[in-house]
Design a protein around this ligand. Structure first.
Ligand SMILES: [Zn+2]
Length: 400
């Protein structure tokens, strides 16, 4: 996509953003309401393709009459809604009439795109990765025990798309290579076997990924990573690739200060439109697929909070330790609000790692893994925000 068009899309994004939809939590009812309004627009063809284990409806939303077939599904992990929100933005974009009409018309004439947003509505309702009986759908592409997994597989088998977009969220601990740059977006062409063979199908998905990377480089240079390509025989991407579908996995990661994930949602919007355009123009074919391996690896180099250089006293001796604290975002279904659960993920020499927030606590001491003796750290509020599990007691942070 031309730079000017990309910049215009980036600048005009808010016009298409489904404003009432949060990027970090979407209810099944909100999705149904949006789908109802899409039906009224007459542009999309919408079908209830099945139900989840808990009998929630799952939909496909089709648009375009072109020759090239694309399938995009989101939220097979219930607590990964960012791309579902981005798909709703894409629907708004495709429904509009404005200066982007030539791109829009080209998409509708050249592509037939089927979207399956929120494949795991039961997990979404619980704000959990797994489905209603607590299995990971992306580890169910061999046994197909779950209704949702069967549904996706049968749909892909029948539709036979040339490309498949598998849309996820990843946590904030990943960096683009060995750096302290969080991976805002990480991309994967899933392997087909343990030796990571590359055939024509994978070459194509790698080339499209290179186009997405080229586009995102304009907005988030150094924050795009290549997701681990270890073969997972139970995963959808790996199995669909073997079926000849050029699968492109997009992980919405962390961008600094974007805790509500609005910005990475926008990056999804840009990534998908870029991919659609290059699939139409076929200019991805001009790229050398193996350049894909130059994208920095998605590495686990970050903690949410890294406390450096604390003293640890033990058996009358003194040691120097760093403390890596991670906080998990959880949803209180009764109060209907998010909260964080902080845990000490690692203690020891963490000098090779980074923190999204960091504090040098030289001069302070820790007594055990669960008791941080920190009288007046430079930024005490950060500790409290990141470790709600720990209470402030007598100038200490103590495990509650
Ligand atoms: Zn996922």
């Amino acid at each position: 996509m031309k730079k000017e068009l990309l910049n215009n899309l980036f600048d005009s994004y808010s016009t298409y953003k489904a404003a009432s939809i949060r990027s970090d939590f979407i209810t099944h009812q909100e999705l149904i309401d949006k789908i109802t309004s899409l039906i009224q627009s007459g542009l999309f063809s919408i079908e209830q393709i099945g139900k989840s284990i808990d009998r929630r409806e799952i939909f496909s939303i089709k648009i375009g009459k072109g020759k090239t077939k694309i399938l995009a599904w989101s939220q097979m992990h219930g607590d990964e809604p960012t791309a579902t929100a981005a798909l709703l933005d894409i629907f708004n974009f495709l429904s509009a009439n404005d200066s982007f009409d030539s791109l829009r018309k080209s998409i509708l004439q050249n592509l037939e795109i089927h979207f399956i947003p929120m494949l795991n509505p039961d997990g979404a309702a619980r704000y959990q990765r797994e489905n209603a009986f607590n299995i990971d759908l992306n580890r169910d592409a061999l046994r197909f025990q779950s209704d949702e997994s069967q549904l996706l597989w049968k749909y892909a088998e029948k539709f036979k798309p040339e490309f498949g977009f598998n849309l996820h969220d990843q946590n904030s601990y990943y960096t683009a290579g060995r750096s302290n740059n969080p991976s805002a977006i990480s991309l994967l062409s899933p392997p087909m076997d343990h030796v990571k063979s590359i055939n024509y199908t994978r070459e194509k998905s790698m080339q499209v990924i290179l186009k997405i990377r080229e586009a995102l480089d304009l907005f988030i240079p150094g924050q795009i990573a290549r997701y681990s390509d270890d073969y997972e025989p139970r995963a959808f991407g790996d199995n669909l690739t073997r079926e000849g579908i050029g699968v492109i996995l997009i992980e919405s990661g962390f961008y600094r200060n974007d805790y509500k994930k609005d910005f990475v949602r926008k990056l999804n919007f840009i990534s998908l439109l870029t991919a659609f355009e290059t699939i139409i123009e076929k200019d991805y074919e001009k790229l050398f697929y193996a350049d894909y391996f130059d994208i920095p690896e998605n590495m686990k180099m970050l903690f949410d909070l890294l406390l450096r250089n604390l003293k640890l006293e033990f058996n009358g001796r003194t040691f120097v330790v760093d403390v890596g604290i991670n906080r998990t975002k959880k949803y209180d279904l009764q109060k209907q609000e998010f909260y964080y659960e902080g845990t000490i993920a690692e203690l020891g020499d963490l000098s090779v790692f980074y923190g999204i927030e960091e504090e040098n606590l030289e001069g302070y001491s820790i007594q055990s893994k669960n008791e941080l003796k920190v009288d007046e750290p430079a930024n005490f509020q950060i500790l409290k925000d990141f470790t709600p599990k720990f209470e402030v007691a007598n100038g200490f942070l103590k495990s509650s």
